[in-house]
Design a binder for this molecule. Structure first.
Ligand SMILES: [Zn+2]
Length: 150
């Protein structure tokens, strides 16, 4: 895992899928895609599609979290405000993405998860944690802090 101030991460744009090189030391929310100028991170979760997820898993080397959810899933809806709150608090250091497993069934199926909601965390190009079931409030914030060592 890169920690030096001058090292860079490859960050996949959540809007167009382009690979961007960004200094590790810079707040993720300050980064914009060199191709489409969309923000690379936000203080709110960003919905992504299956193609973008495939690129993220294959090439991205920065920290990001994925919430796999579906509109009909009660626990998913219950967790959503807490996930929003976590993005508000940590969006400058971790990207918060959401994948609608109804709209992107193939990509969700490739993740080999048993149910939703499931949270999956990646950093340094590796999957670092996976958590099944809804987490809310402080429990979710604590989980994010411990997984990404914030
Ligand atoms: Zn872009």
């Amino acid at each position: 895992m890169a920690t030096a101030a001058d090292s860079t991460s490859i960050l996949i744009c959540p809007a167009c899928g382009a690979a961007n090189r960004a200094p590790v030391s810079r707040a993720l929310t300050e980064g914009k895609c060199g191709k489409c100028h969309a923000p690379l991170s936000a203080n709110t979760p960003i919905e992504i599609d299956g193609d973008t997820l495939t690129r993220l898993i294959a090439r991205d080397t920065g920290p990001f979290l994925l919430d796999v959810w579906a509109p009909w899933c009660g626990p998913c809806r219950m967790m959503a405000p807490s996930y929003d709150a976590a993005a508000r608090r940590f969006g400058d250091r971790v990207r918060f993405f959401k994948l609608n497993s109804d709209q992107h069934q193939e990509a969700a199926g490739a993740l080999n998860i048993r149910g939703i909601p499931t949270l999956i965390a990646w950093d340094g190009g590796q999957k670092i944690a996976q958590q099944a079931g809804a987490q809310s409030g402080e429990a979710l914030l604590r989980w994010v802090v411990s997984v990404f060592k914030l």
